[in-house]
Design a protein around this ligand. Structure first.
Ligand SMILES: Nc1ncnc2c1ncn2[C@@H]1O[C@H](COP(=O)(O)OP(=O)(O)OP(=O)(O)O)[C@@H](O)[C@H]1O
Length: 310
């Protein structure tokens, strides 16, 4: 099967603003892929190009091997999009809105009706099927956006900030739902500002900044690049911080009688640190490890990029 998304040297200018600046990106079929980046990085522009709402200035991009411009309909039929904005026809019962959407993808009336019901059941608002969109609660609106993306039974589901502004319970519900869809083979492209969301859900994430890809890796690989913190307690605390001659150790300080060791690959070097302290005659009583968060690594990567540009 071809790659779900393949973008080569993609550029987009809005007048003087360069929103995409030579973006190269590949998403494998079946992946749960996260697109992270600060405001204005170009994420929505990229999504809008994928679904044909925006034309690129240069470069090309295909969805399951279909060029999004030359083979627009095939590419578009493979995609279900849940956008950030509620761009929904507010005057029809939501089941009808879904039937229209399915019809747009060339699905017969009877099949459209069946799919609309199935999508509403999947997201848990089937009992609201005869209600207008603007009479739904905020959380139900988010659920509906997902149902609308699902009604064409897409191979690629694009979720642009799907959990923005929802409560913790609904967020977890939506996470379960999209994880199940991914387990059943749907490729997912997710943009989010909740780094925890990307960390929990994504197989790989791309970090974008200023219209370019800064990095692509699994959340774990990225976190391994950050520095972890080991906090070590002693039976009888030292009066000054012992020095640790280990290559991964970045910093050693003594705070409130506890040793705080900042280190790359902190979890992996714990045995070395303990051995070293023991050989210097210290008796360790307890140890706490705080792993680098994806958020710290993200801030670091995007800050460095911006600094290089400046
Ligand atoms: N229609 C438009 N006309 C002019 N400039 C635009 C337009 N759409 C986006 N831009 C600009 O392009 C750049 C990329 O915007 P885009 O919305 O793609 O970023 P984003 O990563 O989705 O941001 P956010 O996280 O805030 O949603 C920004 O500088 C934005 O101001």
């Amino acid at each position: 099967m071809p790659q779900a998304i393949r973008a080569r040297d993609l550029e987009k200018d809005y007048g003087d603003v360069r929103a995409l600046d030579g973006l190269d990106l590949a998403v494998e079929s079946g992946e749960f892929f996260g697109l992270l980046g600060p405001n204005g990085a170009g994420k929505t522009t990229f999504i809008n190009i994928l679904v044909g709402l925006v034309h690129s200035t240069d470069g090309d991009v295909s969805v399951f091997g279909h060029d999004v411009e030359r083979e627009y309909q095939q590419a578009r039929d493979a995609i279900g999009l849940a956008p950030q904005e509620f761009n929904v026809d507010r005057f029809f019962p939501i089941k009808e809105v879904l039937e229209h959407k399915a019809g747009y993808h060339g699905i017969s009336r009877a099949e459209a009706s069946r799919r609309a019901e199935e999508a509403l059941r999947t997201v848990g608002i089937y009992d609201k099927r005869d209600t207008r969109f603007d009479w739904l609660s905020g959380g139900m609106k988010r659920r509906f956006m997902l149902a609308r993306a699902l009604v064409s039974d897409p191979d690629l589901l694009i979720l642009d900030e799907p959990t923005a502004g929802v409560d913790v319970e609904l967020r977890r519900d939506l996470w379960d739902l999209i994880t199940d869809l991914n387990d059943d083979g749907t490729t997912i492209l997710l943009t989010t500002h909740y780094i925890e969301e990307a960390e929990r859900l994504c197989d790989r994430v791309a970090i974008m900044d200023q219209g370019r890809k800064v990095e692509v890796a699994s959340p774990d690989e990225l976190m391994n690049r950050g520095t972890d913190k080991l906090t070590i307690g002693f039976r009888s605390p030292p009066s000054t911080a012992p020095s640790l001659g280990l290559p991964d150790v970045r910093d050693v300080t003594l705070t409130d009688d506890r040793l705080v060791v900042t280190a790359a690959r902190g979890t992996a070097i714990v045995p070395d640190v303990l051995r070293e302290l023991e050989s210097q005659g210290y008796e360790v009583s307890d140890l706490d490890i705080k792993r680098a968060s994806l958020e710290e690594v993200f801030v670091d990567l995007t800050r460095t990029e911006s600094a290089i540009e400046a």
